[in-house]
Design a protein around this ligand. Sequence first.
Ligand code: NAD
Length: 256
Amino acid sequence: MRYLDRIVVVTGGSRGIGEGIVRAFVREGAHVVAVSTDRAGGDALAAALGPTCRHVHADVRRDEDLAALFADVVATHGRLDCLVNNAGTHLAHRAIDDITPGAFRDLLDLNLVSQFMACRLALPHLRQVQGCIINMASLVATLGQHHAVDYVASKGAIVAFSRALAIDEARHGVRVNSVSPGNIDTPLWQSFADASADPDAMRRGGETSQWLPRLGTADEVGRLCVYLAADATYTTGVDHVISGGAEIGYGTKPIS
Ligand code: NAD
């Protein structure tokens, strides 16, 4: 019970990494508001987890949805201790010639601008309790990725945004960190495997991209987020890589 009776908002909290984060905070005694556009999945998760979890249907691209969300959270719970900005996506890999300006802007809206807006709306409440923010970035923010300039740009900006916000909010006692996962086994990751010519080969390739020879789990990312919120009280402005060692050493990793 490391986060007993604290109030946590997790965007993208209906499935995948967000579900892992929601489950981890509920286990530690928090009241969790899971936010997503997936009404069926989010409602089912909240029902399974019981009274300390509820699902709010909201689109993080819509400023009015976010404003209503934080007004509701504070009216219901009276405080906000932790905001996890996790909602985001990765579009199909393609070269810059095939990314329209509109599509590029749309992805930045979902992955990046939504985090800016949620932070802006949550901070007046977080400052009152010296709360914290965790922004979901990606390992590829640092490594780059083939045919994904839109996604990589959005995630690189999240790391930089989080570090800059950490500087400004330190005087209020609010900590801001980012989390950069490598290959995590989620519906989004599986959708890329399923869309590939050989899904089994793609999964094997994913498993052998890090020294720990498997994909990471949403629960492992969830536990890192609980650690950042509950335990890492002298940590701010840091990007926390959770990748099984994908970025250390060269190329494909041998499974010993
Ligand atoms: P996922 O597609 O499995 O889950 C995404 C969640 O976000 C769902 O709950 C979905 O309903 C929600 N969502 C999508 N659009 C939304 C919107 N407009 N408003 C509100 N909610 C919305 O994805 P995932 O793999 O769990 O990824 C979660 C985050 O982690 C993303 O930001 C992603 O970029 C990042 N990430 C994932 C991996 C990985 O390997 N899976 C690696 C690095 C970073």
